[in-house]
Design a protein around this ligand. Structure first.
Ligand SMILES: [Fe+2]
Length: 239
């Protein structure tokens, strides 16, 4: 219903990096140097609640269902950025999916209702968007509730030509439970771990909506469906 055409800007960290590269290379940046600068978004388990029945409305505004009587309950959060390859080139025409818990911690899944809770019928629970020529995507959704055993998180998948290239999870900076979350902690590489923890800031001074910018960086290899369910193999604990 809402396509969120508002563009996103290159994050400050990358602009700073580019500026320093320009200074140190006399203005010449090769794609190899740039490639090393980008951190691949780490894979994560799909978890048990990828929708087993998809909603009719699957657009990128999860706060409103077509024909719904009211918006979804919860704090509105917007997430957007660009889909990039390791060379920093935007990836056009890829599908990004988002699925997540509602304000009660419930998913659109036949087993996804938390004990003693009910799913918010106004919350779409799953949405998708196709990236544009500059790799941009954007979602409008709500803050998911924390449910037993996990910190607050969003589930994302990226598909190219119908193949699942990445399954991952996004986290909210400053959540106390982040320190204890087994799936977040299992990301051994610190740069990769930090790349999936984003700060959500007020969208504007007169709005309670929160906004986070998140660029997703994918490689060339499609996912193995078995690993997607189990998650990546365990490695050493993060420092
Ligand atoms: Fe989850």
């Amino acid at each position: 219903m809402n396509t969120f055409t508002q563009p996103f800007h290159i994050p400050q960290s990358r602009r700073t990096l580019l500026r320093s590269l320009l200074l140190t290379t006399g203005g010449i940046i090769t794609s190899d140097i740039y490639a090393e600068a980008l951190t691949l978004t780490p894979r994560a388990t799909e978890g048990p609640y990828y929708p087993d029945h998809l909603p009719l409305d699957q657009d990128n505004d999860l706060t409103q269902i077509i024909g719904g009587k009211a918006p979804a309950s919860g704090i509105v959060m917007e997430i957007g950025g660009r889909l990039l390859n390791v060379d920093g080139k935007p990836i056009n025409d890829a599908v990004i999916e988002l699925w997540q818990a509602d304000i009660n911690g419930c998913y659109i899944h036949s087993q996804g209702t938390q004990r003693g809770k009910e799913r918010d019928p106004q919350f779409q629970g799953f949405g998708k968007i196709t990236t544009n020529a500059t790799g941009e995507y954007r979602f409008r959704t709500i803050q998911p509730a924390i449910y037993t055993g996990r910190t607050r998180h969003y589930h994302f998948a990226v598909l190219q030509n119908g193949k699942r290239m990445l399954t991952t999870q996004l986290y909210v900076a400053g959540e106390p439970q982040n320190e204890k979350d087994g799936i977040l902690r299992s990301i051994c590489d610190e740069a990769q771990r930090l790349s999936v923890i984003r700060e959500f800031k007020p969208k504007s001074t007169d709005s309670q909506d929160l906004l986070a910018t998140w660029d997703i960086v994918i490689g060339m290899t499609p996912e193995d469906p078995e690993q997607r369910r189990k998650g990546p193999p365990p490695g050493p604990r993060p420092r």
